[in-house]
Write a protein that binds this ligand. Structure first.
Ligand code: PXP
Length: 257
């Protein structure tokens, strides 16, 4: 099968270090220091979302992350002229286009790549021409994957938020069905040549079944890791997540379903 891979990359999202900093103003805690620790603790890349309202990551954080971190930066951004300009100024390794406004989303929360096709097409091209690997954060819905393919995005990130919410709600049957939906979407996209990532809401409890999906190449995880760092430290939290991912993937590759 296309794109089956034993290795699964971990992108650590450091947005919520900036959330804590911004609660007080000032400089501490520094998200760039968190990115440095993440890079030394098993992260393969750093993810940061510069939101239009700058509620966590700042423009200066993005400038420093591109200069001071020697792991690939995945720049999460809305599909706006302002964000495209910032991406072109910094040329991050990757740009992940995410919805910020309600009308840009599907019913479940990912970017509606079909409904926003005309707006996304020139943005995907501009970012790709500038050398960034472009991904679209979408629902695990074959129609959305097909729209991403038509848009020329080489990567999609599948939204795991619903899967994680069903775990929290104790709806284990529905959770497993959602995990199956993510697996089917990953296989659908990989068989058509897309690189498949996933993320949102993942925890130590929920990461295993997602990491076991062999077509997935990368997971992006933030909020839970930053929260866990309060109790155990960031390095220990990342190392544990990395181990859980690697174990689930190794087992899935050794014993395919
Ligand atoms: N992937 C994307 C595209 C996101 O927007 C986010 C949240 O910023 C994440 C992954 C990480 O989600 P969480 O912080 O819940 O782990």
């Amino acid at each position: 099968m296309a794109n089956r891979s034993r290795f699964l990359r971990l992108g650590v999202n450091i947005d919520h270090v900036a959330t804590i900093r911004n609660a007080r103003g000032g400089k501490f805690p520094d998200p760039v220091r968190a990115a440095q620790i993440a890079a030394q603790s098993g992260a393969d890349g750093i993810t940061a979302h510069l939101r239009e309202d700058r509620r966590h990551i700042s423009d200066e954080d993005i400038a420093r992350l591109t200069k001071e971190i020697d792991k690939p930066l995945n720049f999460e951004m809305a599909a706006t002229d302002e964000m495209v300009e910032i991406a072109l100024a910094h040329r991050p390794h990757a740009c992940c286009i995410v919805p910020e406004k309600r009308e840009e989303r599907t019913t479940e929360g990912g970017l509606d790549a079909r409904a926003n096709f005309a707006r996304l097409a020139p943005i995907v091209k501009t970012l790709a021409d500038a050398g960034s690997r472009v991904s679209l954060f979408i629902e695990p819905d074959p129609a959305q994957l097909d729209a991403a393919l038509e848009l020329g995005a080489p990567v999609v990130e599948l939204h795991t938020g619903r899967y994680c919410e069903l775990e929290i709600a104790g709806e284990y049957g529905l959770r497993d069905a959602e995990c199956e939906r993510i697996a089917r979407a990953a296989a659908h996209g990989a068989s058509r040549g897309l690189e498949i990532h996933a993320g949102h809401g993942l925890t130590f409890e929920t990461v295993g079944p997602i990491a076991a999906i062999p077509e997935l190449a990368e997971l992006n995880i933030g909020h839970f890791l930053i929260g866990e760092a309060i109790f155990t430290g960031l390095e220990a939290a990342i190392r544990k997540m990395r181990n859980l991912m690697d174990r689930a993937r190794a087992q899935a590759v050794a014993e395919p379903a």
